[in-house]
Every structure is written in C-alpha cells, then in structure tokens.
Design a protein around this ligand. Structure first.
Ligand code: FES
Length: 96
C-alpha cells in the first residue's frame, strides 16, 4: 500500500477529482498516477488483446501502460498533473 509522507512536508489543501464516478481526494499538481495509486486504484486500463489489467510502470511517459481518459481525452496518468474537478476514466482498452 502506498502512502504519502506525512511528516516534514507542508502540503496544500487537497482537491477532489472524479474517478469513474468516485470522488477522490488528491494533492493539486501531483501526478495523477500517484494520486490514483495512493487511493488504491492501480488498474488504469485493460490490454486491448487479452483484456488484462494494466497499470503504471515507467512513470515517465514512455510505456503508455497508464493510459486513462481525462475530461474525455486520452492521456498518460503519470504525466498528468492533478487539477480540481478533473474527470478521470480508467479501465478502457484505449486504441485511440
Ligand atoms: S507509467 Fe509509463 S507512461 Fe505512464
């Protein structure tokens, strides 16, 4: 289980994002992939051929394993900063 460092770090007030209809607290500006992982959401998409769960891997925008939709547009969760009110869809077999 991942957790944020709670001591010796001054954090901004959390914002809320919508993840598949679920309200999730996150820190503004942090990586969406990290915010999802800390919230226990580790399956971000399904592989298009086998339908197997996929999640973050490289965390630097290269592998595309963390593909999600944010406000209707496909993106990589590890390169997307959290913004208040963003609407995130996971679990797709994104081919576009
Ligand atoms: S984890 Fe590899 S692109 Fe996001």
């Amino acid at each position: 289980m991942l957790r944020r460092v709670e001591t010796l770090v001054q954090r901004a007030s959390p914002v809320f994002i919508d993840v598949d209809g679920r309200r999730v607290a996150a820190e503004p500006g942090e990586s969406l992939a990290v915010a999802l992982a800390i919230s226990g959401i580790t399956t971000l998409r399904m592989s298009p051929e086998r339908g197997e769960p996929r999640g973050m891997f490289c965390l630097m925008g290269v592998c595309q394993e963390c593909a999600v939709r944010v406000d209707g547009c496909r993106t990589t969760a590890c390169t997307e900063p959290v913004r208040a009110g963003m609407v995130v869809e996971t679990g797709g077999g994104w081919s576009d």
